[in-house]
Design a protein around this ligand. Structure first.
Ligand code: ADP
Ligand code: 5GP
Length: 202
C-alpha cells in the first residue's frame, strides 16, 4: 500500500460503545477520514444510509467480494459487514489517516496488511454493564441481544492482539483516551521526516 496515511481500527463487543465513541472522535477530529461500512443488515430506526452504513443486499455484497472490492469482510449474526477497498485506498493514497470500526475478525484481516496500523480494543467495564447497555440501547430483540452476548467471550479472546486497550467506563474519559492514542500515533517521528528536512533547508 502506497501513501503515508495510517489506519486506526476500533473494535470491541457489541454494546461496548464503538459507535458512540466513533461519533465523538469524528466530531473532534474532522481531518481523519472515516470509513462507512457496508452491511446486509436492515437499518435500525434512526440510522441513515451512507452515514451509519451503506445498506446493501446480500447479492450486491457478494458481487463486491467477487470483484475484489472489499478490503475486509465478515459474516456476523447472519449478516455481512465489511470495508470497501476503494475507501481504504483513496484515504491512504491521499496521505489521510483512516478511522474504521470493525469486528475482531475484520481487524485481524487488516492487521496482516497494515502492520503500522493502530488497533484499539474497547472494553466495557464488566459483563453486567455491557448487558445493561446493550439492553438499554433497545435496538435488538431478546434473541438478538442473547446472540450478541454469546459472542463477547470470543471477541475477548482476540483482545490481546490489539495495540491498545481502552475501558469504556466514563464516556468522556474513554473518548479522551482514544483521541490521545490517535494523536500520539500521528506524531510519530518517522511520519514527519519531511518537517525535519524542511527545517534544515530553511
Ligand atoms: P457499539 O457500537 O459498540 O455496539 P454503542 O455505541 O451503540 O455500542 O453503545 C451501546 C449503548 O451504550 C448505547 O445506548 C450508548 O449510548 C451506551 N453507552 C456507550 N458508552 C457509554 C458509557 N461510557 N456510559 C454509559 N452508556 C454508554
Ligand atoms: P451492528 O449490527 O451492531 O451495527 O454491528 C455488529 C458488528 O459488526 C459489530 O461488532 C461491529 O464492530 C461489526 N462491524 C461493523 N462494521 C464492520 C466492518 O466494516 N467490518 C467488519 N468486519 N465488522 C464490522
Amino acid at each position: 500500500m502506497s501513501g503515508v496515511g495510517q489506519i486506526f481500527v476500533l473494535s470491541g463487543p457489541p454494546g461496548a460503545g464503538k459507535s458512540t465513541i466513533a461519533a465523538r472522535v469524528r466530531e473532534d477530529m474532522p481531518d481523519l477520514a472515516y470509513s462507512v461500512s457496508l452491511t446486509t443488515r436492515a437499518p435500525r430506526p434512526g440510522e441513515t444510509d451512507g452515514v451509519d452504513y451503506h445498506f446493501v443486499t446480500r447479492e450486491g455484497f457478494q458481487q463486491r467480494i467477487q470483484a475484489g472490492e472489499m478490503a475486509e469482510y465478515e459474516e456476523i449474526f447472519g449478516n455481512l459487514y465489511g470495508t470497501s477497498e476503494k475507501i481504504v485506498r483513496r484515504a491512504l493514497d491521499q496521505g489521510r489517516d483512516l478511522f474504521l470500526d470493525t469486528d475482531v475478525n475484520g481487524a485481524e484481516q487488516l492487521q496482516k496488511r497494515f502492520n503500522d496500523g493502530v488497533f484499539i480494543f474497547l472494553l466495557p467495564p464488566s459483563r453486567k454493564v455491557l448487558e445493561e447497555r446493550l439492553r438499554g440501547r433497545a435496538t435488538e430483540d431478546e434473541d438478538q441481544v442473547r446472540q450478541r452476548l454469546e459472542r463477547v467471550r470470543y471477541e475477548l479472546t482476540k483482545a490481546e492482539n490489539y495495540t491498545h486497550l481502552v475501558v469504556n467506563h466514563d464516556l468522556d474519559k474513554a473518548v479522551a483516551e482514544v483521541e490521545a492514542i490517535i494523536t500520539a500515533s500521528r506524531r510519530r517521528t518517522e511520519r514527519h521526516l519531511k518537517l525535519l528536512e524542511e527545517f534544515q533547508a530553511s
